[in-house]
Design a protein around this ligand. Structure first.
Ligand code: F6R
Length: 643
C-alpha cells in the first residue's frame, strides 16, 4: 500500500539522499541477483542503459567486482539502444560507452554482451531487430532492466509517440534528444538522426524495472511519468503498466512531485515559514488574486483550511507573506550603504563588498545574473567573475575555424611575421587543417581545445564589456577536470579544489554567487558545485568566512520559484536590453542545427523570457510591476558544507 504522501504517484518512487546513495542501492540489488543466480548455477540477464544516469551504478558494480569479488561470469547483458550509423569504435557509440565504463573492468565474457549494432545495413535492420528480440527471449528474458529518462520522456530511445507494445526497431531521434546529445558529439550537427532501440514492449517484458533520474532538469518529466495518466506521448509513463517497476530519484529530480510541490494537498504538514509562504503564493496565483485580496474562503476551497486554523485568519496571513515577498525585492544586491537593513535581503555593511561570481562555464554568470553583476559593479562593489571551466567542449568546429581563418587572413593582410618557426598564420593553417581532416571518431587536439577555449573567453569578455564590466574583473580558471575530460567523463582531483581554494583566498569575498546545487551531479555545473562545496569545507574556519554570504542562482533558462527567492533584483527595460545584447555574444551556444524543435529557444530568448516571467509572477501576486527580475536564494553555510 502506498503511503499517504505517495497517493498521487502511480509508480513507487524512492527519493534518495543523492545519486550515489541510490546507485549503491541499485548496484547492491544487481549484485545480489547475480550472486543468487550463480549459486543456482544460472545466469542473470541484465538490461543496461547508457548516458549520465547509470554511471554511478556502473562505478559501484566495478568496485564490487574489485573489492568484493563480485563475478560477472554468469551475467548476460542487453543494452537498450545504439546510435544508427556509428561504428562500435566511435567514442560516442554506446558500445564504447559500455566497454569504457563497465565491461572492460569486470570479468564478463565478451560473447555474453549484447549492444544493438549501429552499422547494420539499412536493408537488414528489420531482421537484426527481430533477432535482438529473439536473443533476449532465448536468454530467458530480462531479469533486471535499468533505465534513465530523457527530457522528452523517452526510455531507451522510445521517443514520444512510441506504442506500448513496440519492439526493437529503428527510430528517429526527437530534436530535443539531439540537442541534449549535442555536447557529447561536440556539436548538434554531428548527432546521428536515427537509433536502434528496444521497444517499450520489450522493456515492459523485463521482470524488474528500475528507472533512475538525477537533477532538476528531469523534475518535470519525472512528475509527468509518475503522476500523469499513461500515454504514448510520454513513453516513460507507460511503465505504470508494469507490476515491478520502481523509480529511484534524487531530491532535485523529485521537486515537482505533488508531495513536495503541494504537500498540503497530500496530507498533514508541518507549517514552516517557508512552506506557509509557498502555500500563500501558490494560492494567490491559483485563484488569480493578489495576496492581500485572498479571503478565508479561498484558503478553505483550495485545501488550505488547516493552515488557516494554525496561522489564520487570511487577513494576518496575507500581510505576513506580502511583507516577506516585498522584502525580497532590492535594487541594491550588494546592500545599500547607510540604509536601515532590517527588511533588506543583504547587509548594508561592509560597503563596498568584495563579490565573487562563480560560473561553471563562461556564459552562466551573465545569462543568469548579468543585470545584478552590472548593478553590483556600478554601485561600487568590487566584482570578480570567475569561470571554473574553459567551456571548450561546447564550441562547434565552425566557430573555431572562423577564428583560425581570421588569424591566418590577418597575417596575410598585414604581412605579419613572427620571428622563427611558424608564423601566426601558418600556425593557424596547421590547426585549421587538423579540424578539417578530423574524423567523426577523433577527439579534438589540445591546440583545438585551446582555440575553442579562447573563443569562449572572448565571448565572455565581449558580453561583460557590454555590461560595463572590464576584463580585469574576469578570471578564467580552466579547471583541470574539464581540460582533461569529456562530457560524462569528468574526474576531479585535489588540483581542482586547490585552484578554487586559492581563488577564494585571493578574494576573501563578502558575497559569493554560485549555481549548480540542483544540477545532475555528473554535469559540468554539478561537478563545479561539488568542487565549490569542497573548497568551502577546507576554508570554513577562516575568519573572513564569518562575513561571507552565499547566494545561489539557477542555471541558464531557469529561475527559482517565487517562494524560494530570498533576493529579487529588478532590471529596468534598458538593463534588460543590455543583458540580452550581452547574451548575443555567446555565438558558440547558439543552436547549430536547422531542424530544431518548434519549442526551441535560443539562450538569449530564454534569458529574456525567464527574467520577464519572474517579474510577471511578482506582479501577479500583487507586488510592483517591473520589466524583469533576476532572483537568488540564500544558502546557509551549514547547508553548503553538509551537501
Ligand atoms: C540510454 C538511453 C536513454 C537515456 C536518457 C537519459 O541508453 O536509452 O533513454 O537513459 O536519454 O540520458 P542521461 O542519463 O544522459 O540523462
Amino acid at each position: 500500500m502506498a503511503r499517504e504522501e505517495e497517493q498521487f504517484e502511480r509508480i513507487p518512487t524512492q527519493i534518495c539522499r543523492d545519486s550515489e546513495a541510490a546507485a549503491q542501492f541499485v548496484a547492491g540489488e544487481i549484485a545480489q541477483l547475480i550472486r543468487e543466480r550463480a549459486k543456482e548455477g544460472k545466469n542473470a540477464v541484465l538490461g543496461l542503459a547508457t548516458g549520465s544516469t547509470p554511471l554511478p551504478v556502473y562505478r559501484e558494480l566495478v568496485r564490487l567486482h574489485k573489492e568484493d569479488g563480485l563475478s560477472f561470469r554468469n551475467v548476460i547483458t542487453f543494452n537498450l539502444d545504439e546510435y544508427f550509423g556509428l561504428s562500435d569504435e566511435h567514442p560516442e557509440s554506446y558500445h564504447q560507452f559500455m566497454w569504457e565504463r563497465l565491461f572492460k573492468f569486470v570479468d564478463i565474457p565478451k560473447d555474453q554482451v549484447q549492444v544493438p549494432s549501429g552499422t547494420v545495413d539499412r536493408a537488414d535492420v528489420y531482421d537484426f531487430c527481430d533477432s535482438y528480440e529473439k536473443a533476449i527471449a532465448e536468454a530467458g528474458g530480462l531479469d533486471y532492466q535499468i533505465l534513465g529518462i530523457g527530457r522528452t520522456g523517452h526510455i531507451g530511445f522510445n521517443e514520444p509517440g512510441s506504442a506500448g507494445d513496440s519492439k526493437t526497431r529503428l527510430v528517429t531521434l526527437d530534436p530535443l534528444t539531439r540537442l541534449d546529445a549535442a555536447r557529447d558529439f561536440l556539436g548538434e550537427a554531428n548527432v546521428p538522426l536515427f537509433a536502434i532501440t528496444m521497444g517499450v514492449g520489450t522493456i515492459l517484458k523485463a521482470r524488474k524495472l528500475v528507472l533512475m533520474a538525477w537533477g532538476q532538469s528531469k523534475a518535470s518529466v519525472v512528475r509527468n511519468a509518475v503522476e500523469g495518466k499513461p500515454n504514448e506521448n510520454l513513453p516513460a509513463s507507460l511503465l505504470q503498466g508494469h507490476d515491478d517497476v520502481r523509480f529511484f530519484i534524487d531530491r532535485s529530480a523529485s521537486e515537482e512531485l505533488i508531495r513536495f510541490r503541494l504537500p498540503w494537498l497530500v496530507g498533514s504538514v508541518e507549517w514552516t515559514p517557508r512552506l506557509i509562504r509557498k502555500a500563500v503564493l501558490w494560492l494567490s496565483r491559483k485563484v488569480k488574486k493578489p495576496i492581500l485580496k485572498l479571503q478565508d474562503s479561498d484558503y478553505n476551497e483550495h485545501g488550505l483550511g488547516e493552515l488557516l486554523i494554525g496561522a489564520g485568519p487570511a487577513y494576518g496571513l496575507n500581510i505576513t507573506v506580502f511583507n516577506q515577498t516585498q522584502h525580497t525585492i532590492t535594487g541594491w544586491p550588494g546592500g545599500k550603504p547607510n540604509a536601515d537593513e532590517t527588511n533588506r535581503p543583504e547587509r548594508s555593511t561592509p560597503f563596498p563588498k568584495r563579490v565573487l561570481v562563480l560560473g561553471s562555464e563562461p556564459h552562466e554568470d551573465i545569462l543568469c545574473m548579468g543585470g545584478t553583476a552590472h548593478r553590483l559593479k556600478n554601485q561600487g562593489s568590487e566584482v570578480t567573475l570567475a569561470y571554473l571551466s574553459s567551456g571548450n567542449l561546447a564550441v562547434p568546429d565552425n566557430l573555431a575555424k572562423q577564428t583560425l581563418a581570421l588569424m591566418s587572413e590577418l597575417e596575410r593582410e598585414m604581412d605579419f611575421k613572427k620571428g622563427e618557426g611558424l608564423s601566426l598564420g601558418q600556425f593557424a593553417d596547421v590547426i585549421l587543417k587538423g579540424i578539417e581532416d578530423k574524423r567523426d571518431e577523433d577527439n579534438d587536439s589540445e591546440e583545438v581545445r585551446r582555440i575553442k577555449a579562447l573563443v569562449r573567453r572572448n565571448e565572455a569578455r565581449d558580453a561583460a564589456r557590454i555590461l560595463t564590466i572590464d576584463r580585469e574583473a574576469q578570471e578564467f580558471l580552466d579547471l583541470p577536470f574539464y581540460e582533461k575530460g569529456r562530457y560524462r567523463n569528468f574526474v576531479t582531483s585535489e588540483e581542482d579544489v586547490k585552484a578554487l581554494v586559492s581563488l577564494l583566498e585571493r578574494n576573501e569575498p563578502h558575497q559569493i554567487y554560485v549555481s549548480g546545487g540542483l544540477a545532475d551531479p555528473g554535469s559540468v555545473s554539478g561537478v563545479c558545485y561539488r568542487l565549490f562545496c569542497e573548497a568551502m569545507e577546507q576554508l570554513k574556519d577562516k575568519a573572513w568566512m564569518k562575513h561571507c554570504r552565499v547566494w545561489s542562482y539557477r542555471g541558464v533558462g531557469q529561475e527559482w520559484p517565487l517562494f524560494e527567492i530570498d533576493m529579487a533584483v529588478p532590471l529596468s527595460p534598458d538593463e534588460l536590453v543590455s543583458k540580452v545584447e550581452a547574451s548575443f555574444q555567446y555565438r558558440s551556444q547558439r543552436s547549430q542545427f536547422p531542424f530544431r524543435a518548434a519549442s526551441h529557444r535560443e539562450i538569449w530568448q530564454q534569458t529574456d523570457e525567464v527574467n520577464r516571467s519572474t517579474a510577471a509572477a511578482y506582479d501577479d501576486v500583487g507586488m510592483a510591476e517591473y520589466e524583469a527580475i533576476e532572483a537568488f536564494k540564500k544558502i546557509e553555510l551549514e547547508e553548503l558544507l553538509g551537501s
